[in-house]
Ligand binder design. Structure first.
Ligand SMILES: NC(=O)c1ccc[n+]([C@@H]2O[C@H](COP(=O)([O-])OP(=O)(O)OC[C@H]3O[C@@H](n4cnc5c(N)ncnc54)[C@H](O)[C@@H]3O)[C@@H](O)[C@H]2O)c1
Ligand SMILES: O=C/C=C/C=C(\O)C(=O)O
Length: 481
């Protein structure tokens, strides 16, 4: 069984229990220095068809009839398998995304392991409803059974490649579905390692299948428009979500969408100043702003506005060790917003250009952490998702205005509120149109909470029981007594 292309990194595909390659390949690029580090297979339509058939076959075979206990044990073996190859996963994650090693070591890879462990447990913890019905039509026992959806397509982005893939694959498998996954073409490596781990864990052939390749007009679209796919779980840009929704409409395929954001931070004058500045620095610049939860709009109550802007700008200028944009194309997109902001009349408080390291990183795709001020709320820079290390800071005068500004967006994924006034925190948080509101913190995550966005930021919620709800169909059985 050949897992790797000759002379390249192991980014094989995995279909029907065996590792696959393809004649057509494209280069894998290290964004830190722009070097070609491997070749990625482009799955042809026939292989997508074969993967969907293999998944269907798995549902009719041992995977479809596996006990909850055995399924849970299989998920645990996957978690242990990732843990056993922790270093390989970290190396691959860092090489393909350019993110700081500490981030991969403390967030991406441990959280991926947790995802498999958590869903192994949740399988047991799950309860469903039963009702004893007494009505004029008669007496009955109503109970609920959960059926898997069937063949689930998982399409994931490049920013947290393993975390966001496992965030869908683990609950989909836990609920008894068969999965066909297509990770981002820019970061296929950790998914390929996951396929090896799943193979070693002994899942029946076809229960998990992995394809590589591009989205539009390629493997991604072949998969999401496939008539035999029963559900689509997607994380990525809102525009891609729209395209997938159109493809899914033909077969009324259910979708779960985690999409883009333009997340707001509200900093009140009564906030712990130091915590708010440091927290906003983290929320705007972690992974160079390439986390869907990152802050791009900061609103600060006027009495502390000047001091806040000065402090944030000074710390942004001093940031070191940050990673690159994922690709030359994405770097160019972010830089085009830096230019647009100036055209729109912004004051550049920090950054605004390309750093000069004087080493190999100058061949990579870095941009400077950037703080802007002075734009009206109608500016494209304030309205559109940039997905880079950049935020715009504007003042506000009242609590109502702060909430109105936060909600003045097509998006609604996450928000942060910085205040020491407990009543204000509880008053403001539910008024913000976002799926997640952090008070005096950012990205403090618990796998059991509902995760997702409102408006253009998504459809549905993932996390804990919420994922199991999406990945299974409740069936009401009514038995006359
Ligand atoms: N809400 C969240 O939880 C969340 C999490 C991470 C990233 N994101 C968003 O993801 C974006 C960055 O990731 P990206 O650039 O990889 O997103 P993207 O939408 O460009 O690509 C995501 C995936 O979709 C595939 N794809 C693209 N076009 C497709 C099509 N027509 N049909 C089927 N598949 C297709 C790609 O190949 C890739 O695997 C940002 O907008 C970010 O906000 C959201
Ligand atoms: O990029 C966007 C999604 C982030 C998700 C998490 O960081 C998480 O689930 O903890």
């Amino acid at each position: 069984m050949r897992r790797t292309a000759p002379g390249s990194d192991p980014v094989a595909m995995y279909v029907a229990g065996s590792f696959r390659w393809a004649d057509d390949t494209f280069p894998l690029i290290d964004p830190t220095d722009g070097a070609v580090i491997g070749a990625v297979p482009e799955a042809p339509r026939e292989l997508v068809d074969e993967a969907v058939r293999a998944a269907r076959g798995a549902l009719a075979g041992p995977w479809g009839s596996m006990s909850v206990g055995d399924r849970s044990a299989a998920l645990r073996r996957i978690a242990d398998g990732i843990a056993a190859r922790f270093g390989d996963f970290v190396d691959t994650e860092v090489r393909e995304t350019g993110k700081p090693r500490a981030l991969a070591e403390t967030m991406d890879i441990p959280r991926a392991i947790d995802n498999f462990r958590a869903y192994a447990d949740l399988l047991y913890a799950r309860r469903d409803s039963t009702f004893h019905t007494v009505s004029p039509q008669g007496e009955a026992l109503n109970y609920t059974v959960r059926r898997p959806l069937g063949v689930v397509a998982v399409i994931s982005p490049w920013n947290l490649p393993l975390l966001l893939l496992s965030w869908k694959v683990a609950p989909a498998l836990a609920a008894g579905n068969a999965v066909v996954a297509k990770p981002s073409e820019e970061t296929p490596g950790t998914a390929a390692l996951l396929a090896e781990v799943i193979h070693e864990a002994g899942l029946p052939p076809g229960a998990f299948n992995l394809l590589h390749g591009h989205g539009a007009g390629a493997a991604g679209e072949f998969l999401t428009s496939h008539p035999e796919v029963d559900a689509i779980a997607f994380t990525g840009e809102s525009a891609t979500g729209s395209a997938i929704m159109r493809a899914a409409a033909d077969h009324v395929t259910p979708v779960s969408f985690e999409l883009g954001g333009k997340n707001a931070a509200l900093v009140f004058a009564d906030a712990d100043f130091e915590a708010a500045v440091e927290g906003t620095l983290r929320s705007a610049f972690t992974h160079s702003g390439q986390i869907c939860l990152c802050t791009e709009r900061v609103y600060v109550e006027r009495p502390i506005y000047d001091e806040f802007v000065a402090a944030l700008g000074e710390r942004a200028r001093k940031l070191a060790g940050y990673g690159p944009m994922i690709s030359a194309q994405h770097r160019d997109k972010v830089l085009s917003y830096y230019r647009l902001a100036v055209e729109e009349g912004a004051t550049v408080v920090a950054g605004g250009g390309i750093p000069d390291f004087g080493d190999d990183r100058d061949q990579g795709f870095h941009v400077e952490p950037t703080v802007l001020t002075g734009l009206p709320s109608t500016a494209r820079t304030v309205r559109e998702e940039i997905f880079g290390p950049v935020c715009h800071v504007a003042p506000f005068d009242t609590e109502d205005e702060a909430v109105r500004l936060a909600n003045d967006s097509a998006y609604g994924l996450a928000a942060t509120v910085w205040t020491t006034n407990l009543s204000r925190a509880h008053r403001v948080a539910p008024r913000v149109e976002a799926g997640i509101v952090w008070v005096n913190c950012w990205n403090l995550r618990d796998l059991r909470t509902p995760f997702g966005g409102v408006k253009a930021s998504g459809i549905g919620r993932e996390g804990g029981e919420y994922s199991l709800d999406f990945f299974s169909e409740p069936v009401n059985v009514c038995v006359r007594i």
